[in-house]
Design a protein around this ligand. Structure first.
Ligand SMILES: Cc1cc2nc3c(=O)[nH]c(=O)nc-3n(C[C@H](O)[C@H](O)[C@H](O)COP(=O)(O)OP(=O)(O)OC[C@H]3O[C@@H](n4cnc5c(N)ncnc54)[C@H](O)[C@@H]3O)c2cc1C
Length: 145
């Protein structure tokens, strides 16, 4: 998905986990682009299968899942719940995964992503964590944390 303003998470006002900590709740809306990409992918696969002499298996899409799109949470590369950015108004972390509002809080995982890079995220998570760790160490040495 390309990020859009209707797709976000927030602290659930009532639900808590088994330790009484409020959980996140998620909102999402597929954009026209997301739906068109799913359509294009299915049509392309269909053409490839037909060209190879195969018969594409088809099952009807549920009304809430055009072109069999997976609901968020059903796929494996969910990213970006604590996005990074320059502005505290639109992001929680700076470019070093450090919270704008809490200087000694760093979030070094997939949460800092601002969009899904399409490819597998783990190496980018590691690279960002490495960069953030260098910064953290330097800031700690300077007594800034
Ligand atoms: C089946 C599968 C296959 C994948 N294959 C690939 C692949 O081949 N290549 C690739 O690049 N990516 C792959 N991914 C994606 C990759 O694993 C994730 O993007 C990555 O692990 C995300 O890292 P993370 O640190 O952000 O989150 P996670 O690895 O999910 O870590 C979150 C941690 O927080 C802990 N936690 C949650 N809630 C609490 C709490 N309240 N208190 C304390 N701890 C808590 C969890 O136990 C967990 O240890 C795959 C994912 C899945 C599920």
């Amino acid at each position: 998905m390309i990020p859009n303003p209707d797709t976000y998470c927030e602290i659930d006002p009532s639900a808590v986990d088994q330790w009484g900590i409020p959980v996140l709740r998620f909102h999402y809306r597929w954009s026209e682009n997301d739906i068109k990409m799913a359509k294009d992918m299915q049509e392309t696969f269909e053409q490839i299968i037909l060209a190879g002499g195969g018969e594409p298996l088809k099952s009807p899409s549920p009304p809430d899942r055009p072109y069999q799109l997976n609901r968020p949470g059903e796929v494996l590369h969910e990213l970006g719940t604590v996005r990074m950015g320059d502005k505290p108004r639109t992001s929680a972390l700076n470019g070093f995964c450090q919270a704008h509002e809490v200087k000694n809080l760093f979030v070094m995982d997939g949460a800092c992503f601002v969009s899904n890079p399409d490819k597998n995220p783990t190496l980018t998570i590691l690279a960002l964590a490495w960069r953030a760790s260098d910064y953290l160490l330097e800031e700690a040495r300077k007594g800034n944390l």
